[in-house]
Design a protein around this ligand. Structure first.
Ligand code: ADP
Ligand code: ADP
Length: 226
């Protein structure tokens, strides 16, 4: 079933910049879809709109058949991972993952079990008490992914999450992300300007054109089975 719909969306910033133009795309449950294109073609703009960050100038974005902001307000169905891991430096790895769970209230013991489960999933169960400054870039990104997964989102939005990492770390995290996607059966929307990354990771690639914010083609990818 359809989880995201861009319906003839245009986005013009108040500076006059056209970021998206007549953008039309339907995303189905369980897809791992990459938005691929050169810098400035509107990839981040499109992804941010799915999270309710920024309204369409024309057309409409629907998530689970609702307005994105309503989904964000009423559920934990959407989680966002940015290029910068955005960890709180004064909180340990475990406490960084626990924070969003605690903010929502509920049972502390259950939250801790959840946090431990997702930290194990990203290979950090031996680093629970470490602080962000003690971690490599790749490990920080793993914490950021664990924090997003802790909320059990139906959809994960990722904006160039691995762009700042070295090549080896990036490849490792790409493989780990594929395993997580297979295990958790989420829908993933992934922004990248890296062709290899898009081909390796996704089931479908939305190629965007530098003529601002136009879809130039859709490519189906058959992922290797692990
Ligand atoms: P990409 O993610 O593909 O690099 P963006 O969606 O970030 O592209 O940006 C698309 C275009 O919109 C670019 O020209 C960018 O400079 C512009 N843009 C992005 N955000 C804003 C903003 N908040 N205000 C004005 N212009 C913006
Ligand atoms: P990305 O690496 O995701 O493409 P950008 O560098 O395009 O990010 O944008 C980073 C932030 O700056 C975003 O919040 C975006 O909305 C804002 N931004 C980008 N371009 C402009 C612009 N031309 N004018 C104002 N804000 C912008």
């Amino acid at each position: 079933s359809e989880v995201v719909a861009f319906q003839q969306v245009s986005k013009v910033y108040n500076t006059g910049t056209v970021a998206l133009s007549n953008f039309h795309l339907s995303i189905k449950e369980g897809e791992f879809i990459s938005f691929l294109g050169p810098s400035g073609c509107g990839k981040s703009t499109a992804l941010r709109m799915v999270a309710g960050l920024g309204e369409a100038t024309n057309g409409e974005v629907k998530v689970f058949d609702q307005k994105p902001l309503d989904v964000i307000r009423n559920s934990n169905d959407i989680a966002f991972v940015f290029q910068d891991a955005n960890l709180l430096p004064w909180r340990s790895v475990l406490d960084n993952v626990l924070l969003p769970l605690e903010l929502r209230g509920g049972n502390k013991k259950v939250h801790k079990e959840t946090a431990l489960r997702v930290l194990e999933m990203v290979g950090l169960k031996d680093h629970l008490k470490s602080y962000p400054r003690q971690l490599s870039g790749g490990m920080k990104m793993r914490v950021s992914i664990a924090r997003a997964l802790a909320a059990k989102p139906k959809m994960l939005l990722m904006d160039e999450p691995f762009a700042a990492l070295d090549e080896i770390t990036r490849q490792t995290l790409q493989m780990e992300l594929l395993e997580i996607w297979r295990k958790e059966k989420m829908t993933i929307l992934f922004v990248t300007h890296n062709v290899y990354e898009a081909v390796f990771l996704s089931t479908r690639i939305a190629v965007m054109s530098a003529r601002p914010g136009r879809l130039s083609s859709m490519i189906d990818v058959k992922l290797p089975s692990i």
